[in-house]
Design a binder for this molecule. Sequence first.
Ligand SMILES: *Cc1c(COP(=O)(O)O)cnc(C)c1O
Length: 392
Amino acid sequence: MTDHSLQTRLLHSDYKFDPHTGAVSVPIQQASTFHQQDFDNPGVYDYSRSGNPTRKALEDTIAGLESGSHGFAFASGMAAISTAFMLLSKGDHVVITQDVYGGTFRMIRDVLVRFGIDHTFVDMTDLHAVATAIQPNTKLLYIETPSNPTLEITDIRAVAKLAKANDCWTFVDNTFMTPALQRPLELGADLVLHSATKFIAGHSDVVAGLAATNDREIAEQLGFLQNSFGSILGAHDCWLVLRGLKTLHCRMTQSQASAVKIAEKLSAHPLVEQVYYPGFRFHPGSSTQAYQAEGSGAVLSFRLRDEDAVRQFTKHVELPVYAVSLGAVESILSYPARMSHASMPKEEREKRGITDGLLRLSVGLENPNDLIKDFHQALGKIESEAFLQTGG
Ligand SMILES: *Cc1c(COP(=O)(O)O)cnc(C)c1O
C-alpha cells in the first residue's frame, strides 16, 4: 500500500474494510473494557484508556500519513501538545517559536514553568537567533509553520539539523499544513503534532488532537504518558476524524487553490493594506515553503486600515462564518486582535504584525468567485461609510 500516493492511501489503507464483516467503514468500538479469553494470554485490548480498536485505526492512519511508525490520538490538539511536553523533565529548557498557538503559549508560560521547565521564545525564521537561544539544558526546539496569524515560514530541515547537532528533539505543530501538504518527519523532525479539530477532521464538528513519530523511544514514552494522563480521544470522535481524513487531500487542494486566487484579488484591492500569504513570490519564506511543502495552504491574513474598517467589513460580509478556529469546509473569518490574541498586550501584538486591522481567513470549499464577490461588496461598504463620515 505504501507505494501509492497519499491521495490514494487516504482511501485504501489496512482499514479500508473490517476483516470480520467486510464493512467499508471502521467499526466504532464503544466499549470501555474487553473480555479476556484466557487467564495467561490476555487479548490485545484490555481497557479503552490504554487502547481501543477504533482509536488504533486512527493512530495507525496518522502514523502512515505522516511517514511515522507510531501515532497517538488525544482529546484535543492541546491534549496532544501538553502530553508531548511531558516528555521533558524538571530542569529542561525549550526553544520555541514566538508566534506559537495561544494555547501552547499559555501552557508553557503558566503551567510548565511551575514544574521547572524553562523556555525561550525566538523568531524561528532567524536560524541565528535559534542557535543563540540553545542552552546546555535545551532538550527541545518547537516549531509551528506557517505561523499564526502572520504566516511566517520556518525552515523545518534547518532547525531539525540544528537540534540534532545539539542533542535536542524537534517537534512540529503541523496543523496548518496537514500531511497532505507537509510531512515534517521526512524533514528530520522527531514528533509531529496536530489539532485535528482543524483541516484533518475538517467539518467543524469534532475537537481532537494527533501525534506521530518514527522514534521508538519517543513513541514508548508518549504511549506511557497518553495512558498515564488519560486525555485520549473517544471512539466516536476517532471515527469522525477518520471520516474527515478520507477527503483531506481533495479539501486541501481545493481550498488552497481558492486561497491563492483570493490572496491575489485581495492584494489588488486599494483598501487592503497588506496580504500575508507564503504563496506570494515576494514573501520572505516563499522559497523555503516551496521546498518543504506542496503549496502554501488555505489560510491567509489581510490588513485593513483599522478596527473601524474591520467592523464595517465583518458587518457586511455574508459568506464566511465569523468565528475562532480554522480548517473547515466553510470559510472562517477571524479577528486575531479580539479572538486568538486578545490576551496579548496591544504593544506586543503590534510588534508581531497583529494590528487592529488584521483579519485571518481560512478558506473553505465555496466557489472562490462567490467569496471574492462577497469580499468586494463588503470592502465597498467600508469605502462608502468612510466617505459619508467625512461628509463628502
Ligand atoms: C487550534 C490549534 C491548536 C489547539 O488545538 P485544539 O484542538 O483546539 O486543542 C494547536 N495548534 C494550532 C496551530 C491550532 O490552530
